[in-house]
Write a protein that binds this ligand. Sequence first.
Ligand code: ADP
Length: 628
Amino acid sequence: MAETRQAETHGFQTEVKQLLHLMIHSLYSNKEIFLRELVSNASDAADKLRFKALSDSNLLADDAELFVRVSADKDAGTITISDNGIGMTRDEVMTNLGTIAKSGTADFFSQLSGDQAKDSRLIGQFGVGFYSAFIVADSVTVRTRAAGSDTAIEWFSRGEGDYDLRDIEKAKRGTDIILHLRDDAHEYLDEWRLKSIITKYSDHLSIPVQMPKRDDDQKQDGWESVNSGQALWTREKSEISDDEYKEFYKTIAHDFDEPLLWSHNKVEGTSEYTSLLYIPKRAPWDLWNRETQHGIKLYVKRVFIMDDAKQLMPTYLRFVRGLMDSSDLPLNVSREILQDNKITRSMRNGSTKKILSMLSKLAKDDAEKYQEFWNTFGAVLKEGPAEDQGNQETIASLLRFASTHEDTSEAKVSLDAYIERMPEKQDKIYYIVADSYEAARDNPALEIFRKKGIEVLLLSERIDEWLMSHLTEYKDKSFQSVTRDDLDLGELDDAETKKQHEASEKAFETQLKRFEKALGDTVKTVRVTHRLTESPACIVTDDNDMSTQMAKLMEAAGQKVPETKYIFEINPEHTLVQRIVELDDDSRFSEWAHVLLDQATLAERGSLKDPAKFVARMNKLMLDLTQA
Ligand code: ADP
């Protein structure tokens, strides 16, 4: 006999309190979704039980017909949502209904602004789940008994700071959720109203959702299903309306918004499966966390197997929501089996191609909508070329960049558009990676490109350096960073220019030596630049060294990065350089050389190793100048 425990009161986790407060105050305009959330939880509980019973049939016992029941009690002012699913143990009740066990929750709450309209959109992205009960209820009772357990527990809360727990008797397995409705929510006591909400949101659930069956005198005569009960994705495409697809999306993705696009496919051949894949309009709150990925649900022959089937979708498509239903996998499939499995691999490859072709089509047919997608999910898609070599060219064609040929920081230019407007003699795709759009746009290394009218792609997202280290070619054109050592303008420089370069290098040879001597081993070498037209100097990275942005990325990830020495390029045409080389005093020359180097470093790196020294030097030179 299990020991009976006294009633206890527990405090909610801080985030739950915040969530409850927000929900009650920001979601009032869309109250009815509470029913969708609770029925969906009940249906999940049935799915989980069915799955567990595959290996332990005793769990179903003599109660094998799974259902969800919704009823209202007008006198008591309550609605009850019951299921005979998996139920919860005491510990599960405490974690599931007292905390929010999602990683990054605290970060999410720190984004809330207090502005109701904005926050209610955010909260929609977060997925409110069980706590949405408090939109319509001023108190909620949960009575639950876990499958296979003979004890039951009651949870009660007014949605303020805490909840009560006590042991109870409950004859059957499963969960009852009893909502004590607020005065302004009594409209939900009407059975017609409840029924219409259920058909709106939950029609497609494969589990029967039942309500009291009424005889002619309105007396209850058993229960009847109010949903059609056929899993949406098993129906013929031609019979499913757009609205049905959209509602289904909202239920499985816990999103308040409609999806941007979807695709429903029955695949036959080496492996047989159905997929229903959605691209959301908005980013979920935890998109940036590569670990949390609850995109794709896996079903086998219509039986729910698991959420978050990571093996079915590459990480760079983690914003995709939906499900896949396999006819080939065994029902007792585990995550381990999924990991290295021919069937899974073919489902994953097929769906990846499907998503990429959906996006390509959107880009072609509706550039504006595609831009909306890109602004939301582009940075995630940029992980693609590194992760998925096989589809690299297709992914690359979906990328969008800011560019010197556009006057907006918005990334709008595709590689195809870039190639199309390349001058005939150009054979490379030029780009620069910097900390910000402005730093990229104003980097001195672009001067020669501006002068020659050559387009350069301006990259400034954290992921960009990573992207460019994996993307080396597109449609036979190689990529070239404009801040790398060996800037080769190929045919863009004619023989005459090349001759001029050689001559100016020769003429400046002794001065270069003087700079080298002054700067010592703070630089790799000093040489004449061919990329500057307006600035006196710049630094570039040796082809064999790590680029500035990559080094920063690795440093930020806590890795030890060997110190990079830069190549220092000087513009002999610049007046400042011409004046400096005229200085006879070697120590003053050296001060100026260091200042030039530090300035160039600032423009490229955005920071200096020893900023105080730079400031001291500047002050000294300014003092010299003001005295003169
Ligand atoms: P989510 O469904 O997004 O995980 P919820 O707040 O809706 O978040 O629910 C939290 C957890 O509580 C669920 O993941 C589930 O484990 C549990 N739960 C909720 N409702 C039920 C139910 N009817 N039966 C069993 N477990 C439930």
